[in-house]
Ligand binder design. Structure first.
Ligand SMILES: [Zn+2]
Length: 435
């Protein structure tokens, strides 16, 4: 595949940039959204309970949440990891609207067939859909700009809030009524080309799941492909919080979803018949749509031989807020969240222990040094008990806790969130490890 120069430039910018939040460093006293004692009583899901208590999200109503600064930072980090991979496979980023015209949805038949579509009407009785997906916008958009077979293939993607009418919303940010997604759409003139790109996206997804820390338990799972291809794939992450069930072949590790399991007796790959049943969360999916959405809009192209060719399409989704919730379901203990490095909002939680002025001054100076070295740090400079600072450090779950106190003298106490042991280190050693 060929990339344009612009795509190369974009790729390189992302490579060079460190994946950080808007701010590299933050004093906890200045952060408006802090930890709270109790999650709302009606909140059942572990992911939402912990994220609410730790001050990452706020519940507005069932299935609808505000991303607070720490939560948005996690989302932005996940977004950047995905964006880098999408750019690397030629994706061009766009941003399509939430409001979508009814006419387009009538054309594809989904205005009536999609049960969980939110429909809104304004005072002039104009009806619109709140987008749960964007085929109805992206196909006419591409049709406007792409006139020649020479332009193919091409790929566009976006990060957008999607809406789905969930009647029961009790899984926290795993299943929201409004949620954040990345959706990529690819357009091709031959099946072979679509097949190749489908595999390319599949490889990217594998890298994304590895990077955010769920690679070892996320399965590319065979799912029904509808009427246009035999199979599609769901990406299912194994956790007890999952609402889906997948079946993993004991012999070769291939996974199939419940629907496919009802249709086949043996493993699609090795023909083995012994399956392990697991609860899982669907964090992404990839589909070959073929002409399902290009046909209704009459999107056709004249090829070099003067023949009218159908335009084939693939779509590839990844749930950002759902990924964040899944990570919390997997990475937590009884004290709080345990963020994997790549998506933690900050790397270090710095605590000053003691009321003496010299201690707080020492911690302030150390904070300045961390800032200068571009180490992401959340500095708990509040006037609260030591017990609360330590409890909040565990609840918020940043990878490294550093303590400055009278007891530590010239040294700094180092502790990883996922380990029990503490070490007293020289400042230089701390910087070296955080390098
Ligand atoms: Zn097998």
């Amino acid at each position: 595949m060929e990339y344009s120069i612009l795509e190369d430039v974009v790729k390189n910018i992302w490579k060079k940039e460190k994946n950080t939040c808007y701010t590299n460093s933050m004093r906890y006293s200045k952060l408006f959204a802090k930890t709270i004692k109790n999650a709302p009583k009606d909140e059942m899901a572990i992911n939402a309970k912990l994220l609410i208590r730790a001050g990452f999200i706020d519940k507005v109503m069932a299935g609808v949440y505000t991303m607070l600064p720490l939560g948005l930072c996690v989302i932005k980090k996940i977004e950047n990891i995905i964006r880098e991979k999408m750019n690397a496979i030629g994706g061009q980023e766009i941003f399509m609207p939430t409001f979508q015209p009814k006419e387009n949805w009538t054309k594809t038949g989904r205005w009536d067939s999609m049960d969980d579509l939110y429909k809104v009407e304004d005072t002039s009785h104009r009806e619109m859909a709140l987008g749960p997906t964007h085929e109805e916008v992206v196909v006419p958009l591409m049709q406007k700009f792409i006139n020649s077979y020479k332009d193919f293939p091409f790929y566009v993607y976006q990060f957008q809030n999607k809406f789905r009418m969930e009647l029961r919303s009790k899984s926290g940010i795993l299943r929201g009524r409004e949620f954040m997604m990345k959706d990529l759409y690819s357009f091709h003139l031959t099946e072979d080309d679509l097949d190749k790109y489908y595999e390319k996206v599949s490889d990217s997804y594998k890298k994304i799941f590895e990077k955010v820390g769920i690679g070892d338990r996320t399965y590319k799972t065979y799912a029904s492909g509808g009427s246009f291809s035999k199979y599609s794939h769901e990406y299912q992450t194994v956790t007890p919080a999952g609402e889906d069930t997948i079946h993993i072949c004991s012999k070769c590790g291939l996974a199939i979803n419940e629907e496919i399991k009802n249709e086949v007796d043996a493993c699609l790959s090795c023909k083995g018949t012994d399956f392990k049943k697991e609860k899982a969360i669907e964090v992404g999916n990839i589909f070959k749509l073929n002409t399902k959405y290009t046909d209704p809009f009459g999107f056709r192209i004249t090829n070099e031989k003067g023949e009218h060719k159908e335009v084939l399409m693939g779509c590839y989704g990844l749930g950002l807020s759902r990924l964040m919730g899944t990570i919390v379901e997997i990475y937590h203990d009884e004290k709080g969240i345990v963020w994997p490095d790549a998506v933690a909002p900050y790397k270090v939680y710095l605590i000053a222990v003691g009321v003496k002025k010299e201690i707080s001054e020492k911690a302030d100076r150390f904070y300045d040094e961390l800032e200068k070295k571009n180490i992401e740090v959340l500095y708990d400079d509040r006037d609260v008990s030591v017990g609360q600072k330590f409890a909040d450090a565990d609840l918020i779950g940043l990878p490294i806790r550093l303590v400055v106190s009278e007891k530590t003298g010239d040294k700094i106490e180092w502790k990883k969130r996922n380990e029990e042991k503490t070490e007293l280190l020289d400042k230089e050693e701390v910087f070296r490890r955080l390098g």
